[in-house]
Design a protein around this ligand. Sequence first.
Ligand code: 7RM
Length: 657
Amino acid sequence: MTDSHDSNPAIENYLLEERKFEPSTDFKANALVSTANIYEDAETDYLEFWASKARELDWVKPFDKVLEWNPPFAKWFLNGTLNASYNCLDRHVAAGLKDRVAYYFEGEPGDSKSITYGELLTEVEKFATVLKSLGVKRGDIVAIYMPMILELPIAMLACARIGAAHSVVFGGFSSNALSDRINDAESKVVITADGGNRRGVVIPLKDNVDEALKSSPVVESVVVVKRIGDKHQITMEKNRDYWYHELMDKVTDATGPVEVDSENLLYLLYTSGTTAKPKGIMHTTGGYLTQVAYTHKIVFDLHPNEDIYWCAADIGWVTGHSYIVYGPLANGATSIIYEGTPDFPDKDRWWSIIEKYKVSILYAAPTAIRTFMKWGTDYLKRHDLSSLRLLGSVGEPINPEAWMWYRENVGLEKCPIVDTWWQTETGAIMITPLPGVTTTKPGSATFPFPGIRAEIVDEQGQKVELGGGYLTLNRPWPSMLRGIYKDPERYQQTYWSKYNEKYFVGDGAKIDEDGYLWLLGRIDDVMNVSGHRVSTTEVESALVDHPSVAEAAVVGANDATTGQAIMAFVTLKSGELGTPEKGEELRNHVSTKIGAIAKPKMIIFTDDLPKTRSGKIMRRLLRDVAEGRNLGDTTTLTDPSVVEEIKRKAAANVTED
Ligand code: 7RM
């Protein structure tokens, strides 16, 4: 048995994926980018490449230096000044696009409305006035805890307009999590709603704020949007809580955009790390806006006057910040904002929205795609999806089978798929196909975006030319995090200490003989079985490739003989039975697909998998179950009862040698 810290972390057992899809001539003919020259242009002078994209924004004062790099601290577009809300709104209105729809809003109960760029600007100008009247100043950090309603982007942009930063806390987080984030950022103002709608039930956001404020004495004012009304009563504390509509009604003057430095803090977004304390990821203005706008345009081949774009994430996550708010608005796009879940009132809700608004670009997560696979294609067939012309994926590795299903059933075999790899920390897309250029392979995020340098390295930091290792980013990029709020040491330690001057991503990846990159999940998801490194993602892909399987989560559990043993938690498609024979069949299937080394020791059948609210499978919990440990904090789970069910199943319903 080899050492688990093998000097060459090449993963020896790969799932073979040989299907390839070239961009169609039809798609290429209209694509914004249709030749690979863009990669060479960017490599010739990557600073000038980004500078030219930055110049597509409106600057008050032009920058005089592109980059100042004092590893690990970067500044982009130095001495330039601008305003993010101006770039998202005013300049489009000035260019005659006042009547273009910025967002079509679809509420979960079925209410809908749209808002044009002109109307959105008016609302933001007014709400910026409200924020000023509450004492919000440049440099302050405003906490926002809201459902997916139009007032959420309005609040974010109003902060940017007056030079304040926002700290959006996802509406699914608990009052404890909210209070921690308010305290870390010392937010004096919180913007929330009386509630949000989720599967016909009210999420009591304001009640949660009241609870959070018991341990957040820094808060002076709370602004409350009325989303629910009579159906859910809340209490309003005098001289602290104000109704949004009442404050807005009183506004008489419109607040203009302030000029801020390129490196002015645009927002904090908290993300969980390996310790209990979440990290406040810092993003600034000029570099962030440059990269989100440009990637949004090129990766999604955005034709802003024709496309209807839908990123089905929540604005509470970075995907929503970059690809519902800042990227699309900076590009003058028309987007969808949907408040609810895919299964309410029925499992065809997404497809009905696509049909209703003639959505042409859909950006979604693999977990959603696998859920739709489980529900079956009848729900899609009820609707006309022919308006779609491009599909995106983000958030997790997408299994080849899910990719193929997405292509065939949602994209009707004509839409290119862009599998986009990036993180809260990277701010914008980093590894992705370009839809008019790249020949895709199902399950591969393909190549670094032009100007980005990504490398796979081994434990020692040596470049891996073929095979597996750790993903690193070897050159600064405009939308990179500027640090962890109030914790520069943790920033240095978490991302820059493993390899000198290379950003450590925390994901395993492999590179194949054609130079394609395959993301393999967080590195703690790489198992070591008898000295062989086996990726959880690839075993999951092999399982999902079996016709009976809807979704699979694989973990390595400590094992006295093999180091780690492969444990597979499997959800079957409806109508399939989790018999011991089925378990045996699945184990053999993996063995055929990858090799005997990857054959799971146990298959545990379960109706559901534990997921975080952003849809990532919580493998840590599954590992605890597999190793028989007590479970720690499960508050970020969408449905904690899932774990209890799995614990019972793990004890009773297993298949073993
Ligand atoms: C955008 C986002 C980041 C982590 C990242 C990966 C995983 C995201 C992909 C992916 C494989 C992808 N930000 N991840 N996208 N893995 N292929 N296309 O999700 O900060 O919430 O998560 O998500 O592990 O490190 S995030």
